[in-house]
Design a protein. Structure first.
Lengths: 399, 399
């Protein structure tokens, strides 16, 4: 048989899906599995989006413009202008999810062998896109003891080589829930300017900021128009992950012209998804108020429940809908598998994502899990109670 | 400003879109432009697909399985079984268009610097996907004088090096309309087996075969289960290019497991598109009879009209809905631009794709254009009349 590619062999399996066979078998045993492992919200998609789809009046589902419908890009530009991000529709390419936006950005800015620095733990698929594009991720460790705040700028500078082309951040952060402060974003701005690098900012959780904290976008940095590349998505904002619509945004015309060639190669983003995405921009403000209240209640409940458990610690996440918790176990990976395979409490069990998969440095995150608070409070209650009992019963307990 | 990637700079602009500014300006002058440059059919999407979308009853538009809905994959497996392609749902990954299927295949099977052989002229985006993946395309020339039939196997063997990992074909072919015979596919089968390579077969035009010719799929080859990788799409079959749904199909479990890691990285294919694609499998047979009749009438009319023009030659395409025509001009590129910029006949003009963009070998296709017969007969009549007049008036005419 012909050989597979080395990069294909190197591609990691998704850390949030590795345990799927065990959750399937738990379900086969009749157990209720609480899914805290994946960022699939249970919040309804806005009616305006669903209705736009139900009312489509098209005879031929044609390719759209490779950059996406102009009407959508114009309306989306308005959304950004309203949050003081000064772009017009020519600074936007509609993509197939935020994933494709990052692929276009990597392919447009980096050649195989070149490097990006990413604070770890980070969204595991950044690694996959890097491998697909042949680029190298240099992790810089943020620590649970520091609440996952930005590592010191000197630490970044130590990692910069002549192959370094940029820094990637996710703000608010998946998997930590950390919200970067304006001061931190400005520090990143200084360093990318000083070393003439790109700043790739993934801001798909922009609307999910808690405790009165304000989101400061990398696009708010003055004088960095050539450096900042924003990736975005409608998935979480409107709870419509399945529409697969994102966007690549930059004031750097050369980057956008190059990304456009990659966009043309794949012809166009999905038509129906664009219709839903465009309609979603008319979502009434009450929707977001409701979503905000729901998430903050969930977060408060969950963080409190976790920190009350003996030997468990998690910082208070200020954004997104994830937290990383440190558990008193020998190995979070073994523990997560054990909970699904060998444990039940009132015929329930929980599925979490072992955090080691979000670190690029081997050995880190051994005792940590990522938990997504994407379930209703009642379900979260059951899930937390189950987790507490599991920790007490786990044979590999370790403080 | 930070530098762009070399691969980004190397990415070609789409050959079918280069002339867009000229067609826009022709439209601004009030001229009717007949679009023969792009494979966007005017055929209505089947009602079953549109209705499935109009009747969706979902509260949350969630991610689907990364390989696509199981129900869709099972039904699609049945479609293949009905055309004697022996696959089940585990041999299928639903992708975002045929484009993504080819990207997954390239990334799973080839590392940067490795090579594929592709008969030219070929679908220009194969080049783009190759550049994005860092792989090298070795073109093998098929000639208009031979009706674009498969080059001799000895010619392939001359191109094979220790870096060659596979051969890519498109059957029926875009841009030539050539339908490979069973004997030709068997020859390709022999050579990929002998040299232990992959055969990447893009069969998105499978249903578009004329004159009683039967499609012989690379998947029909016996004993080549580990070698053959099929890419497919619903775009042309059901005239629903905008849904962005394709598929990667192979009996090679290792390839599929590797492709699945790339699929997981981008989370899932579009939900609405999958709903339309799945529903499209219930398209009644009359739809295809109607489409077939329409295309064969268009083809016959157009080929006849072209070959009647003084100095023009085109072979009779047996599949897809394109043909390559050789024109009596100094440069098809200049001619196509001139027709849009400086010519009108009854206030009409035509847009064609200069064929040079479909050849990887510099200098080839200088006098050739690709013409898509995706317009109604009446429009084709006007378009052909306009082309005839343009050829007569063109200052760079050359026999």
């Amino acid at each position: 048989m012909p050989q597979l590619s080395k990069k294909g062999i190197k591609m990691p399996a998704s850390p949030i899906r590795k345990l799927v066979p065990f959750s399937e078998s738990a379900k086969k045993k009749g157990r209720k599995v609480y899914h805290l492992n994946i960022g699939q919200p249970d919040i309804p998609t806005p009616d305006v989006a669903i209705n736009a789809i139900r009312n489509i009046d098209l005879k031929v589902i044609e390719y759209s413009h490779s950059a996406g419908f102009e009407s959508y890009r114009r309306k989306l530009a308005k959304y950004y202008q309203d949050i003081n991000i000064d772009v017009d529709h020519n600074d936007i390419i509609i993509t197939t999810g935020g994933s494709e936006a990052l692929s276009f950005a990597f392919n447009s800015c980096l050649d195989p062998g070149e490097e990006v620095i990413i604070p770890e733990p980070f969204y595991a698929n950044y690694n996959s896109f890097a491998i697909a594009s042949g680029i190298v991720v240099k992790p810089i460790t943020s620590r649970i003891e520091d609440g996952f705040s930005l590592p010191a700028i000197e630490e970044f500078e130590k990692l910069i080589t002549d192959k370094t082309k940029g820094i990637v951040i996710c703000n608010p952060n998946n998997p930590t829930g950390y919200l970067y402060s304006e001061a931190e974003i400005r520090q990143l701005g200084e360093i990318v300017k000083k070393h003439d690098m790109f700043l790739f900012s993934d801001e798909v959780y922009r609307e999910f900021c808690y405790d009165g904290e304000k989101h400061f976008s990398a696009m708010h940095l003055e004088g960095l128009e050539k450096h900042v590349i924003l990736t975005d998505s409608v998935s979480k904002r409107y709870s419509e992950c399945g529409v697969r619509i994102g966007a690549l945004i930059s004031k750097n015309k050369e980057v956008m012209a190059t990304a456009m060639k990659f966009a043309q190669a794949r012809l166009s983003p999905p038509t129906f998804g664009q219709i839903a995405g465009e309609a979603s921009l008319d979502t009434p403000p009450e929707y977001f108020t409701g979503v905000y209240k729901e998430y903050i209640a969930r977060r408060n409940f969950m963080i409190d429940a976790l920190n009350k458990m003996d030997g468990v610690y998690t910082p208070i996440p200020k954004g997104a809908f994830y937290t990383i918790a440190k558990l008193p176990v020998d190995s979070a990976e073994k523990f997560c598998q054990w909970v699904l395979e060998d444990f039940e409490y009132n015929n329930q069990t929980v599925m979490m994502a072992p955090a080691a998969g979000f670190y690029a440095t081997k050995g880190l995150g051994r005792q940590e899990v990522r938990i997504a608070y994407v379930l209703k409070i009642d379900d979260l209650k059951n899930a937390m109670e189950t987790l507490d009992m599991a920790l007490k019963a786990y044979p590999g307990r370790e403080i």
